[in-house]
Design a protein around this ligand. Structure first.
Ligand SMILES: *Cc1c(COP(=O)(O)O)cnc(C)c1O
Length: 431
């Protein structure tokens, strides 16, 4: 007799509390999560388990570059999974070579190593710097205050924020922090042991702060003169988010000197938008350093699998076919100018708007200065993100005062207008 398989009990259907209970009992509580449980999404919208719809301007923290449930990603995943999901890096496969070729094409002659996350991509850059300086006894990497480079042991040592280090001392040695956008401070901080300088083109977790063109060019000249590697963390600000493949390409657009058009870092890390939600990271290293990490010197089991590379190639293809770099640039410029007008109308609430393309930071006044927030326990950014959730809008806080927009690169004008209207409503409610 044929068994009739009963449908599984709907243990957690439409029940945030039951899902939270599962987490409380079984998931390491290292995140302070919002009280929202999502079930599915489409484009720039997400739906929670109660059926409430949210406009997603956080993009999974700059990850969902094509939005949610993009058919091209679903197809690439299912098609490639029927052919080949994984082979060891002991062997070749075409997709990894092709994805590396595409990344090189967007940068300059060099080579790519594939990893699984941003922190891991940065680890590769640290090892590159150590290898580079090894024979001269150089190992130290300078990074910026307020930077963020990931949560591994070396990542928290590299990150220029005390809150990620606290409780995990002693730190991995060989990292020191310098103030961002301060070239004299970088010169003064060099020691005979310095091997590299690592910065974000636009600091993300640090509050959406772009590097100045003078800083980028100055660091390049300094690194050339002192024979140091200039490394850039493009995990959040990369992959066309600013309107160009990497943020430095956008940041240096207005610079007329030849230094502006020939500027290149020596290594760049990537992740987040690269896989559009599929976990994949990478670092690019330019000639003549591309062969520094020789056979046996670095590796990772899952790096650059056929499945991950098929998806990342598809993401790149869609970005190019649909002109999403220009969309990020134009829609971002429009959003930013609208937000600047909102800031001008509510100067006691919004104190600044920063960013490039679809990486925008809205800086709020300290909560003590906003009567509606003064009694709340949490900092202004966290309270505003919560109010935006109630209004059906997802954004990402950055520190205590900044709320970030890191939406899908294919955000539509209509969705951007909706998001702006929700922001205006919540902000004017505070003014
Ligand atoms: C998110 C982020 C990382 C870490 O990436 P993970 O994938 O979380 O390891 C590193 N650098 C920057 C700039 C980031 O925004």
């Amino acid at each position: 007799m044929k068994d009739i398989v009963p449908t599984p009990p709907s243990l957690v259907r439409n029940d945030v509390a039951a899902i939270q209970a599962l987490f409380q009992k079984n998931v390491v509580p290292s995140y302070a999560r919002y009280e929202i449980a999502f079930s599915h999404g489409t484009g720039s919208h997400l739906y929670d388990v109660t059926g409430k719809r949210y406009l997603d301007l956080g993009g999974g923290i700059a990850v969902c570059s094509l939005g949610h449930a993009h058919p091209a990603i679903s197809e690439a995943l299912s098609e490639q999974s029927r052919r080949l999901v994984h082979v060891s890096n002991l062997y070749y496969h075409e997709l990894q070579g092709r994805l590396a070729q595409q990344i090189v094409r967007h940068l300059a002659t060099g080579k790519v190593f594939f990893a699984n996350s941003g922190a891991e991509a940065n680890e590769g850059l640290y090892k590159l710097a150590r290898k580079f300086g090894h024979d001269e006894g150089c190992f130290e990497i300078l990074t910026a205050l307020n930077s963020f480079h990931g949560r591994t042991l070396a990542g928290i040592a590299a990150t220029g924020q005390d809150k990620v280090k606290k409780g995990f001392e002693p730190m991995v040695p060989g990292f020191r922090h310098i103030p961002f956008n301060d070239l004299p401070a970088a010169c003064a901080a060099l020691s005979p042991a310095t091997a590299a300088i690592l910065i974000e083109g636009v600091q993300g977790e640090g509050g959406v702060t772009p590097a100045t063109p003078e800083y980028l060019l100055g660091l390049r000249a300094l690194c050339d003169e002192r024979k140091l590697l200039l490394l850039m963390d493009g995990v959040q600000c990369g992959h066309f988010r600013t309107g160009r493949f990497q943020s430095y390409q956008r940041l240096l657009e207005g610079v007329q000197s030849t230094a502006g058009s020939t500027f290149l870092p020596d290594g760049i890390s990537m992740a987040k938008s690269l896989g559009g939600g599929f976990p994949i990271g990478a670092f690019w290293v330019r000639d003549p350093y591309a062969d520094l990490l020789g056979a046996g010197s670095h590796g990772t089991t899952y790096g650059g699998t056929p499945l991950g590379c098929a998806v990342a190639l598809k993401v790149l293809e869609v970005i190019e076919r649909e002109g999403l770099a220009d969309n990020a640039r134009q829609l971002g410029a429009w959003l930013k100018s609208e937000l600047e007008q909102l800031a001008a109308a509510c100067p006691q609430v919004i104190t600044g708007v920063r960013g490039l393309g679809l990486m925008i930071g809205i800086e709020f006044a300290p909560k003590e200065q906003i009567p509606a927030l003064a009694c709340g326990e949490k900092p202004a950014a966290a309270q505003i993100v919560n109010r935006l959730h109630e209004a059906g809008l997802l954004t990402i806080p950055s520190g205590n005062q900044v709320v970030r927009l890191l939406p899908a690169l294919n955000l539509s004008r209509a969705d951007a207008e909706d998001g702006l209207a929700l922001l205006q409503r919540v902000v004017s409610g505070l003014a």
